[in-house]
Design a protein around this ligand. Structure first.
Ligand code: ZN
Length: 498
């Protein structure tokens, strides 16, 4: 049995998983609410099939045979063996019945969350939420951990990262950014923010968002944009990478930056090497690295002054109601720093405080020191102490994110990691391709995309996050460039003493 036999075996499992992804995409974008129960059963069946095939003696035989051969470390074959071994050992620890149970519970919980959020009814969702945490805790126990159950879950999303490292990084970042938020608050508004609430037709918003996404490199022959309550990107192959967004007529940044964010995720998946297709290597290496791509295109490109210099004429052509506003005013308005209720709408600085709050709460839930029924109160009190505001209702508080309803626990820290990495990677790119702001001012994105494809995208999941970052930037993951970027950009917008 050669490597090709392993690839064929894994390819079939991959196909089952991609079929699940299509069912999930459909559930989020098209499915009528009454379809939820049948969909939960369908997803559970596919999850069980895929899991049983993967943890089978067939996979084991392939692995044991091929591990006797010597492949060059950097080869696709060696990477496939490393990843398959890692995932095989992990998955073998999870009983198939547990995998199916978790999948079924997740699909049902997702539907209850959606109703609870729409009707602002946390009590309705609490039992499902409690169950998602019980299952997550059981999963952590199956997988095993050294220090904290959180580590077992975090490792799924960010191989090698631990709760302890997250705590240290977050504490440092909090010390650096809280004084910045306070200094900005003391300065008052940088411009007239009411322009952001001007009425913008949803169809025109979609057209403009797609125009920018395509200029960034999003290829509509290999992708599509749909609407969803909670925007996401999903890939069924490197030639079918879809994104979703949501619209608010009276707040155009929601759809625009949401679209650019998901475009950043999509560019990563579109850029994986064709040789990796139909294997688990053909995807982003971790959520943190994935998020570095989305945040780069959303914030470092889309929220830059150079971006608005270039796009202003097209923006006003689509939205003549902004003809009396200068590009500089739009730039300052879309970079407003203000403590707010909703994570995905938060500015670049306060965003990380939303993440820290979730990290602390999910750790407490997992430890069992916090119950689902007490979660809204814990949420609101942390919002008050971190951001100085209290949500008026749970829909805009503890119910706002989809993650916990789907059992995505241990996921949130990767958002802040992504912010940190986005700047570290852009700084590394600049040393090779030159002044990116001058390029953005001309609407040129190919040099940046080219650097990302060469150093990040094409490798897919071949290297673990820290190893990939080392190779791309010459150093380990560090928050220093990110903090410097925040201080420079917002210090300048708000006229702070440096
Ligand atoms: Zn994202």
């Amino acid at each position: 049995m050669g490597i090709q036999d392993l690839k064929t075996h894994l390819g079939e499992i991959h196909d089952i998983n991609m079929a699940s992804s299509i069912l999930e995409w459909d559930q989020e974008t098209k499915m009528p609410p009454a379809g939820a129960n049948a969909r939960a059963a369908q997803l559970a069946t596919l999850a069980k099939f895929a899991h049983e095939r993967f943890v089978s003696s067939t996979t084991e035989k392939h692995l044991v045979g091929l591990e006797k051969e010597s492949f060059e470390y950097d080869s696709d074959e060696a990477a496939l063996l490393r990843l398959t071994r890692r995932e095989f050992d992990k998955s073998s620890k999870l009983p198939s019945e547990f995998v199916a149970e978790q999948s079924r519970a997740k699909a049902l919980s997702l539907n209850v969350w959606r109703e609870a959020r729409a009707t602002n009814d946390f009590k309705k969702f609490a039992p499902n939420l409690e169950q998602m945490y019980v299952l997550a805790r059981r999963k952590a126990d199956y997988l095993g951990f050294e220090e904290h159950p959180y580590d077992a879950l975090l490792d799924e999303y960010e191989p090698g990262l631990t709760a302890r490292v997250v705590e240290t990084t977050f504490a440092d970042l909090r010390d650096q950014t809280v004084p910045l938020v306070q200094a900005i608050a003391a300065k008052g508004p940088a411009t007239d923010y009411s322009i952001l609430t001007r009425d913008c037709d949803e169809q025109v918003q979609e057209t403009f968002g797609l125009e920018v996404a395509q200029a960034f490199g999003y290829d509509l022959s290999r992708g599509r944009l749909d609407r969803a309550a909670h925007p996401f990107e999903t890939a069924f192959s490197r030639d079918d990478v879809r994104i979703t967004t949501r619209y608010d007529r009276h707040y155009f940044p929601m759809a625009l930056f949401g679209t650019l964010h998901e475009t950043g995720h999509a560019l990563y998946e579109l850029g994986t090497a064709p040789e990796l297709a139909r294997t688990r290597l053909a995807q982003g290496t971790s959520l943190g690295v994935h998020e570095s791509q989305s945040r780069m295109w959303e914030n470092l490109v889309g929220r830059s002054r150079a971006f608005w210099t270039h796009w202003y004429p097209r923006f006003v052509a689509h939205f003549p109601q902004f003809g009396d506003v200068s590009p500089e005013e739009i730039y300052k308005a879309v970079n407003r720093v203000q403590p707010s209720l909703i994570r995905v709408e938060a500015d670049e600085i306060t965003y990380n405080l939303h993440v820290m709050l979730r990290f602390e709460l999910e750790k407490a839930m997992l430890e069992g020191s916090l119950n689902a029924s007490d979660l809204p109160e814990a949420w609101n009190s942390k919002m008050q102490s971190y951001l100085g505001i209290t949500p008026p209702d749970d829909a805009r508080g503890v119910l706002q994110d989809i993650h916990w309803s789907m059992g995505l626990i241990g996921y949130f820290p990767t958002y802040t990691l992504g912010n940190i990495l986005s700047v570290q990677l852009l700084e590394a790119a600049k040393t090779k391709i030159g002044d990116t702001d001058a390029m953005f001012a001309n609407g040129e994105y190919a040099p940046l995309l080219g650097w990302l494809r060469e150093n990040i995208h094409r490798h897919g999941k071949k290297y673990k996050p820290d190893e990939l970052v080392q190779r791309a930037t010459g150093s380990s993951i560090t928050a220093k460039p990110y903090v410097a970027y925040l201080k420079k950009k917002f210090g300048e917008i708000y006229g702070l003493e440096s």
